[in-house]
Write a protein of this length. Structure first.
Length: 415
Protein backbone atom coordinates (compact mmCIF):
# COMPACT_ATOMS: atom_id res chain seq x y z
CA UNK A 1 0.00 0.00 0.00
CA UNK A 2 1.39 3.40 -0.91
CA UNK A 3 1.65 6.15 1.67
CA UNK A 4 -0.54 9.23 1.23
CA UNK A 5 2.36 11.72 1.30
CA UNK A 6 4.94 9.58 -0.51
CA UNK A 7 7.12 11.79 -2.71
CA UNK A 8 6.70 14.88 -0.51
CA UNK A 9 10.03 15.98 0.92
CA UNK A 10 10.06 18.12 4.05
CA UNK A 11 12.90 20.29 5.29
CA UNK A 12 12.33 20.07 9.02
CA UNK A 13 13.87 22.91 11.00
CA UNK A 14 11.68 22.23 14.02
CA UNK A 15 12.66 21.71 17.63
CA UNK A 16 11.09 21.11 21.05
CA UNK A 17 7.43 19.99 20.67
CA UNK A 18 5.08 22.07 18.53
CA UNK A 19 6.97 21.82 15.22
CA UNK A 20 8.18 18.23 15.67
CA UNK A 21 4.63 16.93 16.29
CA UNK A 22 3.61 18.43 12.95
CA UNK A 23 6.46 16.92 10.94
CA UNK A 24 6.11 13.58 12.76
CA UNK A 25 2.49 13.36 11.58
CA UNK A 26 3.54 14.13 8.01
CA UNK A 27 6.30 11.51 8.25
CA UNK A 28 3.74 8.95 9.43
CA UNK A 29 1.73 9.70 6.30
CA UNK A 30 4.81 8.90 4.22
CA UNK A 31 6.61 12.23 3.70
CA UNK A 32 10.42 12.11 3.67
CA UNK A 33 11.19 14.36 6.64
CA UNK A 34 14.77 15.65 6.84
CA UNK A 35 15.42 17.07 10.29
CA UNK A 36 18.17 19.70 10.24
CA UNK A 37 20.04 19.95 13.53
CA UNK A 38 22.94 21.99 14.81
CA UNK A 39 26.20 19.96 14.65
CA UNK A 40 27.14 18.48 18.01
CA UNK A 41 24.04 19.88 19.71
CA UNK A 42 20.89 18.91 17.87
CA UNK A 43 17.36 19.49 19.06
CA UNK A 44 17.60 20.59 22.72
CA UNK A 45 15.06 17.96 23.74
CA UNK A 46 17.56 15.17 22.95
CA UNK A 47 19.15 16.02 26.28
CA UNK A 48 16.14 17.20 28.29
CA UNK A 49 14.44 15.13 31.04
CA UNK A 50 16.79 12.25 30.30
CA UNK A 51 15.90 9.01 32.06
CA UNK A 52 19.02 7.15 30.84
CA UNK A 53 22.43 8.91 30.78
CA UNK A 54 23.79 9.77 27.31
CA UNK A 55 20.75 8.36 25.53
CA UNK A 56 18.27 10.47 23.54
CA UNK A 57 15.45 11.37 25.92
CA UNK A 58 11.90 10.05 25.58
CA UNK A 59 10.96 13.68 25.04
CA UNK A 60 12.91 13.62 21.78
CA UNK A 61 12.30 10.04 20.67
CA UNK A 62 8.52 10.31 21.11
CA UNK A 63 8.30 13.44 18.94
CA UNK A 64 10.64 12.55 16.09
CA UNK A 65 9.69 9.14 14.72
CA UNK A 66 10.09 8.28 11.02
CA UNK A 67 12.47 11.21 10.35
CA UNK A 68 16.03 11.41 9.02
CA UNK A 69 18.59 13.62 10.77
CA UNK A 70 21.24 15.74 9.08
CA UNK A 71 23.55 18.02 11.04
CA UNK A 72 24.14 21.40 9.46
CA UNK A 73 25.42 24.74 10.73
CA UNK A 74 23.08 27.03 8.84
CA UNK A 75 24.99 30.08 10.05
CA UNK A 76 28.30 29.15 8.35
CA UNK A 77 28.93 30.02 4.67
CA UNK A 78 29.22 26.42 3.59
CA UNK A 79 26.20 25.51 5.72
CA UNK A 80 24.13 28.25 4.04
CA UNK A 81 25.16 26.95 0.62
CA UNK A 82 24.05 23.42 1.53
CA UNK A 83 20.88 24.73 3.17
CA UNK A 84 20.00 26.66 -0.02
CA UNK A 85 20.33 23.44 -2.03
CA UNK A 86 18.07 21.67 0.47
CA UNK A 87 15.47 24.43 0.03
CA UNK A 88 15.64 23.87 -3.73
CA UNK A 89 15.17 20.11 -3.25
CA UNK A 90 12.23 20.11 -0.81
CA UNK A 91 8.49 20.72 -1.10
CA UNK A 92 7.86 22.02 2.39
CA UNK A 93 9.96 23.79 5.00
CA UNK A 94 8.80 23.82 8.61
CA UNK A 95 10.26 25.80 11.49
CA UNK A 96 9.36 26.93 14.98
CA UNK A 97 12.32 29.05 16.02
CA UNK A 98 11.98 32.25 17.99
CA UNK A 99 10.59 35.09 15.85
CA UNK A 100 13.09 36.32 13.25
CA UNK A 101 15.66 33.51 13.68
CA UNK A 102 15.51 32.34 10.05
CA UNK A 103 15.53 35.92 8.75
CA UNK A 104 18.69 36.51 10.80
CA UNK A 105 20.27 33.50 9.07
CA UNK A 106 19.46 35.20 5.74
CA UNK A 107 16.53 32.97 4.83
CA UNK A 108 13.60 35.36 4.60
CA UNK A 109 10.35 34.27 2.92
CA UNK A 110 11.35 36.36 -0.11
CA UNK A 111 14.72 34.57 -0.35
CA UNK A 112 13.06 31.16 0.08
CA UNK A 113 10.63 31.95 -2.75
CA UNK A 114 13.53 33.00 -5.00
CA UNK A 115 15.22 29.68 -4.32
CA UNK A 116 12.06 27.62 -4.74
CA UNK A 117 8.75 29.22 -5.81
CA UNK A 118 6.92 25.95 -5.14
CA UNK A 119 8.07 25.90 -1.51
CA UNK A 120 5.46 25.79 1.25
CA UNK A 121 6.98 27.55 4.23
CA UNK A 122 5.27 26.73 7.51
CA UNK A 123 5.96 28.33 10.89
CA UNK A 124 4.77 28.12 14.46
CA UNK A 125 5.17 31.20 16.64
CA UNK A 126 3.76 31.97 20.07
CA UNK A 127 1.67 34.92 18.89
CA UNK A 128 0.42 36.47 15.69
CA UNK A 129 1.09 40.14 14.85
CA UNK A 130 0.51 42.35 17.88
CA UNK A 131 2.04 43.40 21.16
CA UNK A 132 3.56 39.98 21.96
CA UNK A 133 4.73 38.96 18.49
CA UNK A 134 8.44 38.96 19.41
CA UNK A 135 8.02 36.78 22.51
CA UNK A 136 9.43 33.31 22.91
CA UNK A 137 6.65 30.98 23.95
CA UNK A 138 6.30 27.58 25.55
CA UNK A 139 3.21 25.43 26.11
CA UNK A 140 1.94 26.92 29.34
CA UNK A 141 2.38 30.49 28.14
CA UNK A 142 0.06 29.62 25.26
CA UNK A 143 -2.45 27.97 27.60
CA UNK A 144 -2.45 31.08 29.79
CA UNK A 145 -2.78 33.58 26.95
CA UNK A 146 -5.21 31.54 24.83
CA UNK A 147 -8.04 31.44 27.37
CA UNK A 148 -7.52 27.91 28.66
CA UNK A 149 -5.97 28.61 32.08
CA UNK A 150 -8.47 31.29 33.10
CA UNK A 151 -11.35 28.89 32.40
CA UNK A 152 -9.81 25.70 33.85
CA UNK A 153 -9.85 24.68 37.50
CA UNK A 154 -12.05 25.25 40.52
CA UNK A 155 -13.60 28.66 41.01
CA UNK A 156 -12.09 29.06 44.48
CA UNK A 157 -8.59 28.17 43.25
CA UNK A 158 -5.97 29.66 40.89
CA UNK A 159 -6.05 29.30 37.08
CA UNK A 160 -4.84 25.85 36.02
CA UNK A 161 -2.89 24.55 33.05
CA UNK A 162 -4.01 21.21 31.64
CA UNK A 163 -1.95 18.06 31.16
CA UNK A 164 -2.85 17.96 27.47
CA UNK A 165 -0.30 19.85 25.38
CA UNK A 166 -2.88 21.89 23.54
CA UNK A 167 -0.49 24.76 22.79
CA UNK A 168 2.31 22.61 21.40
CA UNK A 169 0.83 19.42 19.96
CA UNK A 170 -2.46 21.23 19.27
CA UNK A 171 -0.71 23.86 17.18
CA UNK A 172 1.37 21.15 15.48
CA UNK A 173 -1.90 19.62 14.27
CA UNK A 174 -3.08 22.96 12.91
CA UNK A 175 0.21 23.42 11.10
CA UNK A 176 0.02 19.95 9.54
CA UNK A 177 -3.46 20.71 8.23
CA UNK A 178 -2.23 24.05 6.85
CA UNK A 179 0.62 22.29 5.07
CA UNK A 180 -1.48 19.60 3.38
CA UNK A 181 -4.03 22.26 2.39
CA UNK A 182 -1.25 24.35 0.83
CA UNK A 183 0.11 21.24 -0.94
CA UNK A 184 -3.37 20.61 -2.35
CA UNK A 185 -3.60 24.23 -3.49
CA UNK A 186 -0.16 23.98 -5.09
CA UNK A 187 -1.44 21.14 -7.28
CA UNK A 188 -3.67 23.71 -9.01
CA UNK A 189 -1.72 26.96 -8.67
CA UNK A 190 1.80 25.59 -9.09
CA UNK A 191 2.97 27.94 -6.34
CA UNK A 192 3.88 27.53 -2.73
CA UNK A 193 2.70 29.76 0.09
CA UNK A 194 3.29 30.62 3.74
CA UNK A 195 1.47 28.78 6.49
CA UNK A 196 1.55 30.51 9.88
CA UNK A 197 0.13 29.19 13.14
CA UNK A 198 0.23 31.07 16.43
CA UNK A 199 0.02 29.00 19.60
CA UNK A 200 -2.27 31.55 21.26
CA UNK A 201 -4.70 31.18 18.32
CA UNK A 202 -4.49 27.39 18.50
CA UNK A 203 -5.41 27.35 22.19
CA UNK A 204 -8.21 29.88 21.71
CA UNK A 205 -9.59 27.77 18.86
CA UNK A 206 -9.89 24.90 21.35
CA UNK A 207 -11.53 27.26 23.90
CA UNK A 208 -14.27 28.34 21.48
CA UNK A 209 -17.05 27.36 23.90
CA UNK A 210 -15.57 29.64 26.54
CA UNK A 211 -15.82 32.65 24.23
CA UNK A 212 -19.40 31.50 23.57
CA UNK A 213 -20.01 31.62 27.34
CA UNK A 214 -18.37 35.04 27.63
CA UNK A 215 -21.08 36.41 25.36
CA UNK A 216 -23.88 34.45 27.00
CA UNK A 217 -22.91 36.06 30.34
CA UNK A 218 -24.32 39.37 29.13
CA UNK A 219 -27.77 37.75 29.15
CA UNK A 220 -27.68 36.25 32.63
CA UNK A 221 -25.93 33.58 34.67
CA UNK A 222 -24.55 30.47 33.01
CA UNK A 223 -27.00 27.97 34.40
CA UNK A 224 -24.96 24.84 33.66
CA UNK A 225 -21.98 26.21 35.64
CA UNK A 226 -21.54 25.11 39.29
CA UNK A 227 -21.71 28.78 40.36
CA UNK A 228 -25.45 28.72 39.52
CA UNK A 229 -27.70 29.37 41.40
CA UNK A 230 -25.82 30.14 44.64
CA UNK A 231 -22.37 31.36 43.57
CA UNK A 232 -21.14 34.59 42.04
CA UNK A 233 -20.50 35.41 38.39
CA UNK A 234 -18.32 38.35 37.48
CA UNK A 235 -17.75 39.85 34.05
CA UNK A 236 -15.62 37.06 32.55
CA UNK A 237 -16.22 33.36 31.82
CA UNK A 238 -15.47 31.64 35.14
CA UNK A 239 -13.69 28.36 35.82
CA UNK A 240 -16.24 25.57 35.45
CA UNK A 241 -14.76 22.98 37.82
CA UNK A 242 -15.74 19.66 36.20
CA UNK A 243 -18.97 20.83 34.60
CA UNK A 244 -19.50 19.75 31.01
CA UNK A 245 -19.05 22.46 28.42
CA UNK A 246 -22.19 21.40 26.56
CA UNK A 247 -25.92 21.52 27.18
CA UNK A 248 -25.93 18.16 28.98
CA UNK A 249 -24.83 18.38 32.63
CA UNK A 250 -21.88 16.17 33.61
CA UNK A 251 -19.60 15.71 36.59
CA UNK A 252 -16.75 13.57 37.94
CA UNK A 253 -17.96 11.24 40.69
CA UNK A 254 -16.11 8.95 43.06
CA UNK A 255 -16.04 5.19 42.61
CA UNK A 256 -15.12 2.34 44.93
CA UNK A 257 -11.51 2.68 46.11
CA UNK A 258 -11.29 6.46 45.67
CA UNK A 259 -9.79 6.81 49.17
CA UNK A 260 -6.54 5.20 48.03
CA UNK A 261 -6.65 5.35 44.22
CA UNK A 262 -6.51 8.93 42.88
CA UNK A 263 -8.09 7.76 39.62
CA UNK A 264 -11.05 5.81 41.02
CA UNK A 265 -13.51 8.24 39.46
CA UNK A 266 -15.88 8.28 36.51
CA UNK A 267 -17.39 11.11 34.47
CA UNK A 268 -21.17 10.79 34.13
CA UNK A 269 -23.39 12.85 31.85
CA UNK A 270 -27.07 13.15 32.73
CA UNK A 271 -28.43 13.44 29.22
CA UNK A 272 -32.16 14.25 29.32
CA UNK A 273 -33.18 11.31 27.12
CA UNK A 274 -31.71 8.68 29.45
CA UNK A 275 -32.74 10.28 32.74
CA UNK A 276 -35.37 7.65 33.64
CA UNK A 277 -32.89 4.79 33.08
CA UNK A 278 -30.18 6.54 35.06
CA UNK A 279 -32.59 7.32 37.92
CA UNK A 280 -33.62 3.68 37.96
CA UNK A 281 -30.00 2.43 37.91
CA UNK A 282 -29.06 4.51 40.94
CA UNK A 283 -32.19 3.45 42.85
CA UNK A 284 -34.05 6.76 42.55
CA UNK A 285 -37.10 5.63 40.56
CA UNK A 286 -39.04 8.25 42.53
CA UNK A 287 -37.19 10.95 40.53
CA UNK A 288 -38.59 9.73 37.22
CA UNK A 289 -42.03 11.30 37.63
CA UNK A 290 -41.42 13.77 40.45
CA UNK A 291 -41.78 17.27 38.90
CA UNK A 292 -39.01 18.46 41.23
CA UNK A 293 -36.53 16.17 39.38
CA UNK A 294 -38.14 14.89 36.19
CA UNK A 295 -37.13 17.63 33.72
CA UNK A 296 -33.76 19.17 32.85
CA UNK A 297 -35.10 22.61 33.84
CA UNK A 298 -36.14 21.34 37.26
CA UNK A 299 -32.76 19.67 37.83
CA UNK A 300 -30.60 22.58 36.66
CA UNK A 301 -30.54 24.51 39.97
CA UNK A 302 -29.95 21.25 41.86
CA UNK A 303 -27.14 19.62 39.92
CA UNK A 304 -24.99 19.34 43.02
CA UNK A 305 -27.69 17.21 44.67
CA UNK A 306 -28.19 15.17 41.48
CA UNK A 307 -24.52 14.25 41.25
CA UNK A 308 -24.23 13.67 45.00
CA UNK A 309 -26.97 11.07 44.66
CA UNK A 310 -25.31 9.48 41.61
CA UNK A 311 -22.04 9.41 43.55
CA UNK A 312 -23.60 7.56 46.48
CA UNK A 313 -24.30 4.77 43.99
CA UNK A 314 -20.99 4.92 42.02
CA UNK A 315 -19.03 4.73 45.29
CA UNK A 316 -20.35 1.21 45.77
CA UNK A 317 -18.78 0.05 42.50
CA UNK A 318 -15.47 0.20 40.63
CA UNK A 319 -15.31 2.63 37.71
CA UNK A 320 -15.35 -0.31 35.28
CA UNK A 321 -18.41 -1.85 36.96
CA UNK A 322 -20.19 1.51 36.62
CA UNK A 323 -19.23 1.54 32.91
CA UNK A 324 -20.59 -1.99 32.48
CA UNK A 325 -23.93 -0.99 33.96
CA UNK A 326 -24.39 2.48 32.45
CA UNK A 327 -23.08 1.86 28.93
CA UNK A 328 -25.86 -0.55 27.92
CA UNK A 329 -28.33 2.09 29.16
CA UNK A 330 -26.73 4.63 26.77
CA UNK A 331 -25.68 6.83 29.67
CA UNK A 332 -22.60 8.71 28.41
CA UNK A 333 -19.79 8.09 30.89
CA UNK A 334 -16.04 7.55 30.95
CA UNK A 335 -13.72 6.18 33.63
CA UNK A 336 -10.78 8.37 34.61
CA UNK A 337 -7.92 6.31 33.16
CA UNK A 338 -4.43 6.71 34.59
CA UNK A 339 -1.43 6.79 32.24
CA UNK A 340 -0.53 3.36 33.64
CA UNK A 341 -3.93 1.97 32.64
CA UNK A 342 -3.66 3.56 29.19
CA UNK A 343 -0.14 2.16 28.69
CA UNK A 344 -1.36 -1.32 29.59
CA UNK A 345 -4.65 -1.27 27.63
CA UNK A 346 -4.48 -4.03 24.97
CA UNK A 347 -7.04 -2.46 22.61
CA UNK A 348 -4.91 0.70 22.29
CA UNK A 349 -1.96 -1.52 21.29
CA UNK A 350 -4.17 -3.31 18.75
CA UNK A 351 -5.16 -0.06 17.04
CA UNK A 352 -1.61 1.29 16.95
CA UNK A 353 -2.53 4.17 19.25
CA UNK A 354 0.05 3.01 21.78
CA UNK A 355 3.10 1.47 20.12
CA UNK A 356 6.24 -0.25 21.38
CA UNK A 357 9.34 0.91 19.52
CA UNK A 358 12.89 -0.42 19.67
CA UNK A 359 15.75 2.08 19.75
CA UNK A 360 19.43 1.19 19.27
CA UNK A 361 20.72 2.95 22.38
CA UNK A 362 17.60 3.11 24.58
CA UNK A 363 16.01 -0.29 23.90
CA UNK A 364 12.24 -0.73 23.90
CA UNK A 365 9.89 2.09 24.88
CA UNK A 366 6.24 3.03 24.44
CA UNK A 367 5.02 5.88 22.33
CA UNK A 368 1.76 7.32 21.05
CA UNK A 369 1.18 6.32 17.43
CA UNK A 370 -0.64 8.22 14.71
CA UNK A 371 -4.07 9.24 16.04
CA UNK A 372 -5.35 9.67 12.47
CA UNK A 373 -6.04 6.37 10.70
CA UNK A 374 -6.14 6.20 6.88
CA UNK A 375 -7.46 2.97 5.34
CA UNK A 376 -5.01 2.97 2.40
CA UNK A 377 -2.03 4.57 4.08
CA UNK A 378 -1.28 2.81 7.36
CA UNK A 379 1.34 4.36 9.65
CA UNK A 380 4.35 2.35 10.73
CA UNK A 381 6.03 3.97 13.68
CA UNK A 382 9.80 3.90 13.13
CA UNK A 383 12.35 4.98 15.73
CA UNK A 384 13.70 8.53 15.86
CA UNK A 385 17.09 9.17 14.21
CA UNK A 386 20.35 9.54 16.11
CA UNK A 387 21.93 12.99 15.78
CA UNK A 388 23.24 13.33 12.22
CA UNK A 389 22.59 9.65 11.47
CA UNK A 390 21.63 10.39 7.86
CA UNK A 391 23.99 13.28 7.11
CA UNK A 392 25.95 11.40 4.45
CA UNK A 393 22.83 9.83 2.91
CA UNK A 394 21.15 13.20 2.56
CA UNK A 395 24.16 15.13 1.26
CA UNK A 396 24.90 12.45 -1.32
CA UNK A 397 21.45 10.98 -1.99
CA UNK A 398 19.36 14.16 -2.00
CA UNK A 399 21.91 16.82 -2.98
CA UNK A 400 24.20 14.66 -5.14
CA UNK A 401 27.37 15.76 -3.34
CA UNK A 402 30.53 13.70 -3.93
CA UNK A 403 32.55 11.97 -1.20
CA UNK A 404 35.18 14.71 -1.50
CA UNK A 405 32.57 17.50 -1.13
CA UNK A 406 31.05 15.82 1.91
CA UNK A 407 34.49 15.40 3.46
CA UNK A 408 35.27 19.09 2.83
CA UNK A 409 31.96 20.19 4.42
CA UNK A 410 32.80 18.09 7.47
CA UNK A 411 36.33 19.52 7.58
CA UNK A 412 34.84 23.05 7.67
CA UNK A 413 32.47 22.08 10.50
CA UNK A 414 29.41 22.88 8.36
CA UNK A 415 28.01 19.38 8.94
C1 LIG B 1 10.74 27.35 21.74
C2 LIG B 1 11.60 28.59 21.92
C3 LIG B 1 11.08 29.39 23.11
C4 LIG B 1 13.03 28.13 22.17
O1 LIG B 1 13.88 29.24 22.22
P1 LIG B 1 15.49 29.04 22.16
O2 LIG B 1 15.85 27.75 22.83
O3 LIG B 1 16.10 30.26 22.70
O4 LIG B 1 15.79 28.77 20.61
P2 LIG B 1 15.64 29.78 19.36
O5 LIG B 1 14.44 29.42 18.60
O6 LIG B 1 15.79 31.19 19.81
O7 LIG B 1 16.91 29.38 18.49
C5 LIG B 1 18.20 29.45 19.03
C6 LIG B 1 19.24 29.87 18.02
O8 LIG B 1 19.73 28.67 17.40
C7 LIG B 1 19.94 28.94 16.03
N1 LIG B 1 19.94 27.68 15.28
C8 LIG B 1 18.99 26.75 15.25
N2 LIG B 1 19.35 25.75 14.42
C9 LIG B 1 20.56 26.07 13.93
C10 LIG B 1 21.46 25.41 13.04
N3 LIG B 1 21.16 24.23 12.47
N4 LIG B 1 22.63 26.01 12.78
C11 LIG B 1 22.93 27.20 13.33
N5 LIG B 1 22.13 27.87 14.18
C12 LIG B 1 20.95 27.29 14.47
C13 LIG B 1 18.79 29.83 15.69
O9 LIG B 1 19.01 30.48 14.47
C14 LIG B 1 18.81 30.78 16.88
O10 LIG B 1 19.85 31.73 16.70
P3 LIG B 1 19.64 33.33 16.90
O11 LIG B 1 19.13 33.48 18.30
O12 LIG B 1 21.03 33.85 16.72
O13 LIG B 1 18.68 33.81 15.90
C15 LIG B 1 11.55 29.45 20.65
O14 LIG B 1 12.13 28.74 19.59
C16 LIG B 1 10.14 29.87 20.24
O15 LIG B 1 9.53 30.76 20.83
N6 LIG B 1 9.61 29.25 19.19
C17 LIG B 1 8.32 29.59 18.64
C18 LIG B 1 7.19 29.09 19.48
C19 LIG B 1 7.27 27.61 19.72
O16 LIG B 1 7.29 26.79 18.82
N7 LIG B 1 7.22 27.24 20.99
C20 LIG B 1 6.94 25.88 21.37
C21 LIG B 1 8.06 25.13 21.77
S1 LIG B 1 7.48 23.52 22.12
Amino acid sequence: MSKALEGVRILDMTHVQSGPTCTQLLAWFGADVIKVERPGVGDATRGQLRDIPDVDSLYFTMLNHNKRSVTLNTKSDKGKEIFSKLIESCDVMVENFAPGALDRMGFTWERIQELNPRMIYASVKGFGAGPFEDCKVYENVAQCTGGSASTTGFDDGPPLVTGAQIGDSGTGLNLALGIVTALFHRERSGRGQRVSCAMQDGVLNLCRVKLRDQQRLAHGPLKEYPQYPNGEFNDATPRANNASGGGQPGWVVKCRGWETDPNAYIYVITQAAIWPKLAQAIGREDWIDDPEWATPEARLPKLEAVFAEIEKWTMTKTKFEVMDILNPLNVPCGPILSMKEIAEEPSLRDTGTVVEVDHPTRGKYLTVGNPIKLSDSPSDVLRSPLLGEHTDDILKGVLGMSDAEVAAAKEEGAV
